[in-house]
Design a protein around this ligand. Structure first.
Ligand code: M6R
Length: 367
């Protein structure tokens, strides 16, 4: 039921602070000193000793996988490969018995992702895990173990709350494995878990600012192209922002790691090109500021997602949308929200069928 909301997508964007709390529920101790993921408890030794993690997924779930790659490599110190399930299943992949394969899927029914895990099963003894939203789905049933995202049923074809729930699970996994491997000291662990539990309220703040975000979106309803850029953990968010715009508003959009712009895409920039830049205060802030300068020098229109209190970028960008400060590793959870709202508002203004965009199905159960 979409209640008072005009569309399921809008409801699901608004659901996110609560759906993330549902993802945490029963998995973080009251004092924030422990993470408990019951579904993978038995395979935790396999994860701790994993030689490599291979993530297989499609679409938005693949973007969540990319965020997971950064987090698992940094905190759990395990090499990670993120694969499009559709490509992986037709390669001759090399899989070692001490690899752990993680299939990420909202529906748990995506044909390519299911085929990818079946291939792993045929080729090796590797442990196969699932991160699914739909309980009892095919992928959930065919994996050795897994963690449900508990985001609640997602109806809008454009995935929103499933994405943030997938990232929440991957974040908990990375922190948990890192702590078990003694790579994260107790005090840092407490700080990280604490920071994670603060995310829902920070998301609520972003959603409260929806009216302003809508006004920004309304300036870009007639564009034919858009670029999205970010660095590090926010690079996958740029990809996700572009996918959201393409699928529901039918505007051509591409996401790039900001530094790749000068290897080609910057040639596209003129006064008609909006560039959505993820420019929060983190380790790559100075670099992203220079990337913004490069776009500005070519008269591109800049919409920057920045940390509250930002001054420098405010002077350079056409619009800035502020998000609350958070731990740098958690920024994807917050930064994606304004991009979801922008896509939604643009699509509504263009009269598109937001919940059921043309040519798309909620779950892609055929090749
Ligand atoms: O159910 P899944 O997570 O396996 O679905 C994967 C993709 O089909 C899905 O994320 C798709 O890209 C969405 N329409 C994105 O909004």
């Amino acid at each position: 039921d979409k209640g008072d909301y005009e569309h399921y997508m809008l409801k699901e964007i608004h659901d996110q602070p609560t759906s993330i709390e549902d993802t945490f529920r029963g998995r973080i101790s009251m004092d924030h000193s422990k993470i408990f993921l019951g579904g993978i408890l038995d395979v935790l030794p396999k994860l701790i000793n994993a030689r490599r993690i291979i993530i297989v997924a499609c679409g938005t779930s693949w973007h969540a996988g990319l965020v997971g790659e950064y987090l698992l490599e940094e905190y759990a110190k395990i090499p990670v490969e993120v694969e499009y399930a559709s490509e992986f299943r037709y390669r001759k992949p090399i899989i070692y018995p001490d690899d752990v394969v993680i299939a990420i899927s909202q529906s748990g029914e995506t044909a390519d992702t299911l085929a990818a895990i079946r291939l792993v099963r045929k080729l090796s003894d590797a442990t196969i895990l699932g991160i699914c939203n739909v309980a009892g789905s095919s992928i959930a049933r065919e994996t050795d173990a897994g963690v449900y995202t508990h985001a609640g049923i997602e109806i809008g074809v454009a995935s929103t709350k499933a994405f943030t729930a997938q990232i929440t699970v991957l974040t908990m996994m990375a922190f948990l494995i890192g702590h078990r491997k003694k790579l994260i000291p107790d005090s840092d662990y407490l700080e990280l878990v604490n920071a994670l539990t603060e995310i829902p309220d920070k998301m609520r703040e972003i959603i409260k600012n929806e009216g302003f975000i809508k006004d920004v979106a309304n300036q870009y309803t007639d564009v034919t192209n858009a670029l999205y850029m970010g660095r590090g953990l926010l690079y996958p968010v740029a990809l996700e922002g572009a996918l959201k715009l393409k699928e529901i508003s039918y505007i051509h959009a591409e996401g790039y790691p900001a530094a790749e712009m000068k290897h080609g895409p910057i040639a596209l920039i003129d006064e008609n090109m909006p560039v959505f830049v993820l420019a929060v205060k983190d380790d790559s802030y100075d670099k992203i500021v220079s990337n913004i300068q490069e776009v500005k020098a070519r008269n591109g229109k800049i919409v920057a997602i920045v940390t509250q209190g930002e001054k420098t970028i405010k002077k350079m960008a056409n619009h800035v949308i502020e998000i609350p400060a958070c731990h740098r590793s958690l920024a994807p959870l917050l930064a994606v929200v304004p991009l979801q709202i922008i896509s939604y508002q643009i699509a509504v203004k263009r009269g598109c069928n937001v919940d059921q965009p043309r040519n798309l199905a909620k779950s892609v159960t055929v090749e």
